[in-house]
Design a protein around this ligand. Structure first.
Ligand SMILES: Nc1ncnc2c1ncn2[C@@H]1O[C@H](COP(=O)(O)OP(=O)(O)OP(=O)(O)O)[C@@H](O)[C@H]1O
Ligand SMILES: Nc1nc2c(ncn2[C@@H]2O[C@H](COP(=O)(O)O)[C@@H](O)[C@H]2O)c(=O)[nH]1
Length: 221
């Protein structure tokens, strides 16, 4: 979980611990879009979840999710292969543990797109390594419009997600940061700013006391 000097760190003289950036939101607010932008910019490694949900037309196995059946999900859970898991909108979702451990051990940051139940579990297990961001839509009307425009889910699924959105939105108080995603590029800039600041947190930097000691012992003569 500790990195040596990492290039993503804007202070290259000290090392940094890897962190997990978690994005949650009601369905359709835009967390997947923001997460994918970060990953495309190589600002973190995406955690690919397993799910029992049916694959959407545009989704690719192993890129968006690993699509598994319920028996396989239960077996993974019983073998303790999931860092966290939850039932969301009537389907099971979980974060495979091994890739997370491997990535953090290599000193890289991770990005999670998971719900509030999973966020609680990860925060409890790795309290010092998690930064949480809740994404809100600018209005409920726009949330509905985005789900309809996305056109990836049948009407009854959209209706169910809109009902669940009211419960999910109340969880914003549990998160470190909140982004109201009106303009996507503004929201993305906010997300990058959060990540940049969190990467510089004093207790994430390794070797800082030694570095400062070295500074203080420098002789200018
Ligand atoms: N700021 C924005 N303005 C307009 N459309 C947006 C904005 N952000 C995202 N969208 C669009 O809204 C739709 C929903 O976004 P996205 O799939 O990222 O939501 P989500 O929160 O991940 O939903 P889910 O939980 O269902 O996966 C997508 O079609 C996306 O392109
Ligand atoms: N607790 C977890 N929640 C997850 C995980 N992967 C995704 N999700 C959340 O589920 C809903 C629905 O996602 P969708 O892709 O079906 O629209 C959304 O809130 C995701 O964030 C996971 O591994 N664990």
């Amino acid at each position: 979980m500790w990195s040596e000097v990492v290039s993503a760190n804007s202070n290259p003289v000290v090392g940094r611990r890897g962190l997990i950036l978690i994005l949650s939101s009601p369905s359709g607010a835009g967390k997947t879009t923001l997460t994918r932008n970060l990953v495309d910019d190589k600002a973190g490694v995406l955690s690919i979840s397993v799910t029992t949900r049916p694959k959407r037309p545009s989704e690719i196995e192993g890129r968006h999710y690993y699509f598994i059946d319920k028996d396989e999900f239960i077996a993974m859970r019983e073998r303790d292969e999931l860092l966290e898991w939850a039932e969301v909108h009537g389907n099971f979702y979980g974060t495979p543990r091994k890739p997370v451990e491997r990535t953090l051990a290599a000193g890289q940051d991770m990005v999670f797109d998971i719900d509030y139940q999973g966020t609680r579990q990860v925060r409890q297990k790795l309290p010092n390594d998690v930064v949480t961001v809740f994404v809100l839509p600018p209005s409920f009307k726009e949330l509905k419009a985005r789900l309809e425009r996305r056109a990836e889910d049948p009407p009854e699924v959209i209706a169910k997600r809109l009902v669940n959105a009211r419960v999910e939105m109340e969880r914003w108080v549990e998160y470190d940061y909140v982004i109201v995603n009106e303009d996507l590029s503004v929201s993305y800039q906010s997300l990058k700013a959060i990540q940049a600041a969190e990467r510089l947190k004093r207790d994430r930097l390794v070797g800082l006391p030694e570095f400062v000691q070295g500074l203080l012992s420098e002789n200018l003569d």
